[in-house]
Design a protein around this ligand. Structure first.
Ligand code: 9PG
Length: 489
């Protein structure tokens, strides 16, 4: 233990080794547990969620912790259930406490191993399952310190420079009700309206079962023909898949349960819940699974898809019994690296339902919040900040804008339509602004659901990317306009 001096603060620090100064108010602390003693009076704590859908945001220490409260099934799916602290504030990889003057103290891991950061009335603490990640510890203005942390993450874990461009996605209008005919007409309508999209991405609904990645009977011409429908119209073809999971009734899970992550009793481990039940995860440390992934991604790229939305990926990073003794986050990252090696650098990989830090440098883009929906609040799930809806998606995403140096940050789609939507104009504008600030432009609105005015609004929004500067916690300069999200928080 020693004392770190940061301006007028003298902070007793317990760690496994000596903190090393790398700047006037910045330190590296060796991997392992760390405790910083603070003497602040009920400060706000920044909590960062583990995967794309997990909650992130600021809470006072005396507030109820920001987490998924009401359901172990939701917790398993949408956060790091293994490290949940029901009675205390904690989050994944990075945390911060606010000082009185707009400055913060930030403690953030610079690598994998399931690092956690939490806070109590008197401490800011860090732990990790696998002590491999050094800590970054700094004091300074909130915007600057987060930007510097993101820069260091990108330095250590890599960053990619591909851009998704403008994406039309099928999910938030059609959900699973897609077929080759509706894809053809949606694409034809985009062409006719001269909307400048770069990518048309088919979402869930094309496969017979999650786990079995072949065309279902709604796509009788096959997926290569479907990709051609999109590319012939001048767009990049995009496809959703969840290659690391399998539903219990999928052929994959029935035929090869031995390729799944196991529980202690030697049965396939339940790694999350969706589609009305549990699902399993592939043990990506097995050579046969790696061979399967090579074959799968060669096939999908061979169909003609060059933009892949890979979903529910965190499931392969859940604690369980694997073939090889690799830490769960490293096993996950190794598997994404294998996919990257198979598809090459020109295929855009968008991660969804992915753990954040282990995805840096391997994914081009990452979803940074839960799903939007054409309504504001999800009143059926009040204790679940990850429930679908525009409010929850906005709240999570806006607290992850600082991750932009690490990958493209996707806050999910923007709605332009007023039909079939409960969002008011303010809420629609908010979604558009969040997407502009985070730098990812996508929508699901079919042209046929838009009025001519709404088509014009969409076309304007697609025209060119904005120059964005973060000025404060919720304040951004977008070209020469100030956007303040504070009133929505
Ligand atoms: C397709 C959808 C869409 C969507 C994805 C994902 O926390 N959850 O349980 C949870 C379940 C599903 C979900 C998001 C979160 O939706 O985010 O864009 O691709 O799958 O099934």
């Amino acid at each position: 233990a020693g004392v770190i001096r940061l301006g007028d603060l003298s902070l007793p620090v317990g760690a496994v080794g000596e903190p090393r100064a790398i700047g006037e108010r910045e330190f590296l602390i060796p991997a392992g547990p760390v405790t910083v003693v603070h003497s602040l009076d009920d400060p706000e704590f920044f909590r960062h969620g583990w995967n794309s859908w997990s909650p992130s945001g600021w809470r006072r220490i005396t507030d109820v912790p920001l987490r998924i409260h009401d359901s172990p099934q939701r917790l398993l799916t949408a956060d790091d259930a293994r490290n949940d602290t029901p009675l205390a504030h904690s989050g994944s990889a990075v945390g911060a406490i606010a000082l009185a003057d707009g400055e913060i103290l930030l403690l953030g891991a610079l690598g994998l191993g399931a690092p956690r950061v939490g806070a109590t009335a008197t401490t800011l603490w860090g732990t990790m399952e696998d002590p491999v990640a050094e800590w970054y510890f700094a004091r300074g203005p909130e915007v600057e310190v987060f930007a510097r942390y993101a820069e260091l993450l990108a330095e250590r874990l890599g960053s990619r420079d591909a851009s998704a461009g403008r994406v039309w996605c099928s999910w938030y209008s059609f959900y699973e009700e897609i077929d080759e005919k509706s894809v053809r007409s949606a694409v034809a309508d985009l062409v006719e309206a001269r909307l400048p999209f770069d990518v048309v991405q088919l979402d869930d609904g094309w496969e017979p079962s999650v786990g079995d990645w072949v065309a279902n009977d709604k796509f009788p011409s096959g997926m290569a023909a479907t990709a051609r429908t999109i590319t012939d119209a001048g767009f990049r073809a995009g496809l959703w898949l969840a290659p690391f999971i399998a539903l219990p009734h999928s052929r994959f899970a029935i035929e090869r349960p031995d390729l799944l992550i196991q529980d202690e009793a030697g049965r396939p481990l339940v790694t999350g819940y969706n589609w009305g039940g549990p699902y399993y995860a592939l043990d990506t440390t097995q050579p046969e699974v790696q061979e399967h992934l090579r074959e799968l991604f060669t096939r999908v790229v061979g169909w003609g898809f060059t933009y892949l939305k890979l979903d529910f990926m965190y499931a392969a990073a859940i604690e369980g019994v694997r073939h090889a003794p690799v830490h769960r986050e490293q096993a996950y990252r190794d598997a994404i690296s294998l996919i990257r090696e198979v598809v090459g650098d020109d295929v855009y990989l968008l991660g969804c339902g992915v753990p954040m830090l282990p995805s840096i440098g391997v994914f081009d883009g990452v979803r940074v919040g839960p799903d939007v929906a054409a309504f504001w609040e999800n009143s059926e799930r009040p204790g679940d900040p990850t429930g679908v809806g525009t409010k929850n998606a906005f709240l999570a995403s806006i607290h992850r804008s600082w991750l932009r140096p690490c990958f493209e940050t996707d806050p999910d789609v923007v709605y332009f339509r007023r039909r079939r939507s409960l969002l008011d104009d303010d809420q629609r504008q908010l979604l558009a602004d969040v997407a502009t600030v985070l730098g990812f432009r996508s929508t699901s609105d079919p042209v046929g659901w838009l009025t001519p005015d709404e088509v014009d609004e969409l076309r304007d929004w697609l025209r060119e990317p904005a120059n964005v500067t973060r000025l404060g916690r919720y304040l951004f300069e977008v070209d020469d306009r100030l956007v303040d999200f504070g009133r929505f928080v």
